[in-house]
Design a protein around this ligand. Structure first.
Ligand code: GDP
Ligand code: MG
Length: 638
């Protein structure tokens, strides 16, 4: 059977609670203080079974001091009964509650004129006209207006029939989302323990299920469930639900918290939203304004950052704004909320959350933010998902994060991911979602980085994988790094080995035997220092017989290109390190000599320890390198 939540709305003393009692027999004013003062302070609940539909009533307080409690009840309402007392007509909270219903996007309802026993026909017609004027142009424009008296019972049966029809016309709740129950009450029941109640706004909750109480993050277990006062195994979206919880004390659960499947949703403190300001608000919504945000059963203070050019949203207008909440809430895109002024408290705006996990937007990226958020208007699931993925940039969005951002069930998420992929908007890298643009940017940057490395170090076989990751993928998930390399390999641009990444265009690739010969040849010269070996001998020692002279010449060239070996003359090579040490020794020698700075061949032979056969070519090399300059038989050390 269908369950529909009916909320009362209207000014204090207009007969809301009496009406609920006349319909259901239940006195929703359950608190002793409510009985003593004769007013409704907090939410009251009652049920009415109408055969083919079951109504769950949420009776709200009308007093202006308790609008906060009214809001905690109004969030999950399918259908509103806007109550207007025939003897008083439209009063301030009639308007405020009606505004709240419109801002919360309540889609159906009816108007109930109460206390008809107190007025004559003429006055009743006046109030009816006033009610019609109030609801003109709103969702209640064509709604029935039913006149009743809770005292005499007049009109009550007719009202039941009107409620039944309206309830049957309420569209079924969207079933895309996982379970969410904003808690409105918690108490301890003798012999049972903690019980929490609320309207299950989405999904299903089953007996035995593990849930999480957010934002506290406490894991709890469903010990038992009640819907409309009867035990059930499963509660469904749109039902007033009482849950007996294991794993928590009732005292640590409070109104404003949310129950959701364990590990599925995350609380948030920054949301981007479309906000409408009421036409009769005396002031616009402004950047930096401190406001009260009512969402679900929660109330949180928040700082506003209007994303519109003007920095404000005028009365009667709507625009984009970011809300920075002072305490975390569990929100999802599509959720409605109400904004009240800080002090005095007055309802003046409300809206719909577009991105529940937004990033702080600063002045200059407001325009970009506005354009991107505007793209969400009318976007389908796949486009919405792509929006969240693209917003996460190079970091990418894990599936679990996507689940928390959207609140979707797995099958809805899967469907949207494949659709967004087939549109070419996103890529999935081992479970991490990333926008195509970001992915391609990373791939280009990686290829460029590797090529720059080859240009810098032509002898190196490739770039260390880790260095590449640090330079280009510092903000990206490991999965994205691996996927980019795979893609670049598939496209033939890069070759990724265990530790190294190289460009496929890099032709210096050596066979293991060649690489070994290269290292050996370099080592021979490094170890020999100034006693440089004969080239043929060095080749023989480094390369053995394989490939012969031709091959060793190439390897020698690699070492020369890399700057490791230096040709001093003909086939006479030295290791660069040895030459640098000798050049420093020369300068030290000169510094010790004072201003003269002269050296002859004999002194040079002694300083370097080389024979005349090497001394002359070395000195000529130093002359060429402008380390020395010839002056007759001697050299000036520069
Ligand atoms: N004469 C008359 N009095 C009513 C009727 N309904 C409610 N009242 C009285 O109006 C007062 C406020 O009613 P209540 O249901 O508490 O109003 P609420 O503040 O809107 O919930 C109470 O004293 C009720 O007895 C009605 O149909 N006829
Ligand atoms: Mg009441």
């Amino acid at each position: 059977m269908r369950s529909v939540i009916v909320g009362t709305a209207g000014h204090i003393d207009h007969g809301k609670t009496s009406l609920v009692r006349a319909l259901t027999g239940v006195d929703a004013d359950r608190l002793p203080e409510e009985k003593r003062r004769g007013i409704t302070i907090d939410l009251g609940f009652a049920e009415l079974d109408l055969g083919d539909v079951r109504l769950g009533f949420v009776d709200v307080p009308g007093h202006e001091r308790f609008v906060k409690n009214m809001l905690a009840g109004a969030h999950g309402v399918d259908l509103v009964a806007l109550v207007i007392a025939s003897d008083e007509g439209v009063m301030p909270q009639t308007r405020e509650h009606f505004d709240i219903c419109r801002l919360l996007d309540v889609k159906s309802g009816l108007v109930v004129l109460t206390k008809t026993d107190m007025v004559d026909e003429e006055l009743l017609e006046l109030v009816r006209a006033e009610a019609e004027e109030l609801v003109a142009g709103s969702f209640l424009e064509d709604a029935p207006i039913v006149a009743v008296s809770a005292r005499t019972g007049q009109g009550i049966e007719e009202l039941k029939e009107a409620l039944r029809e309206a309830a049957l016309g309420v569209p079924a709740r969207a079933s895309d989302a996982v379970a969410r129950l904003p808690v409105d009450r918690s108490f301890t029941m003798r012999g049972f323990g903690a019980v929490v109640t609320g309207t299950l706004v989405a999904g299903e909750i089953e007996e035995g299920q593990e849930l999480e109480l957010l934002p506290a993050g406490v894991r709890v277990r469903v010990r038992g469930l009640q819907v409309h006062g009867a035990g059930v195994r499963k509660a469904e979206a749109g039902q007033r639900t009482a849950i007996n919880l294991g794993g928590v004390e009732a005292s640590s659960v409070e109104r404003g918290m949310t129950l959701a499947p364990a590990g599925r949703l995350n609380a948030t403190q920054i949301v981007d939203a479309r906000v409408a300001v009421l036409a009769d608000s005396p002031r616009p919504l402004k950047t930096r304004q401190r406001v009260r945000v009512h969402h679900g059963t929660s109330e949180s203070l928040a700082r506003v950052a209007v994303l519109e050019e003007s920095g404000e949203i005028a009365p009667g207008a709507s625009g984009l704004a970011q809300l920075r909440l002072e305490s975390p809430i569990v929100a999802l895109p599509g959720d409605r909320f109400i904004v009240r002024t800080y002090s005095p408290q007055r309802t003046f705006a409300g809206g719909e959350i577009l991105d529940a996990h937004a990033q702080k937007r600063r002045g200059r990226d407001r325009t970009a933010a506005r354009e991107r958020l505007a793209a969400l208007d009318g976007a389908d699931d796949a486009a919405r998902l792509a929006f969240f993925v693209v917003s996460s940039g190079e970091r990418g969005l894990r599936r679990a994060e996507a689940a928390s951002r959207t609140g979707w069930r797995d099958d809805v998420l899967d469907r949207s991911v494949s659709e967004a992929r087939s549109r070419g908007a996103i890529i999935e890298a081992e479970g991490v979602l990333v926008g195509c643009d970001a992915f391609e940017r990373l791939q280009r940057a990686a290829t460029e980085e590797v090529e720059a490395h080859h240009a810098r170090e032509p002898l190196s076989r490739g770039m260390a994988r880790e260095t590449l990751r640090e330079r280009v993928f510092a903000h990206a998930a490991q999965e994205i790094f691996r996927a980019v390399l795979r893609r670049a390999e598939d496209e033939g641009a890069l070759i990724a080995e265990r530790e190294l990444v190289r460009s496929s265009r890099h032709s210096m690739e050596l066979s293991p035997a060649d690489a070994e010969a290269r290292e050996l040849l370099e080592k021979i010269y490094r170890d020999a220092a100034l006693e440089a070996p004969n080239l043929e001998e060095a080749f023989a020692r480094a390369g053995g017989d394989a490939g012969g002279r031709e091959r060793m010449r190439k390897i020698l060239q690699l070492l020369i290109d890399a700057g490791a070996l230096v040709r001093v003359s003909g086939d006479l090579f030295f290791h660069r390190d040895a030459l640098e040490r000798l050049a420093s020794a020369l300068r030290e020698y000169a510094d010790a000599r004072g201003p003269e700075r002269l050296i002859d061949v004999a002194a040079f032979k002694q300083l370097s320890g080389v024979s005349r056969k090497y001394a002359i070519p070395l000195l000529e090399y130093f002359d060429r390198e402008r380390i020395t300059r010839r002056a007759g038989d001697r050299r000036i050390i520069l």
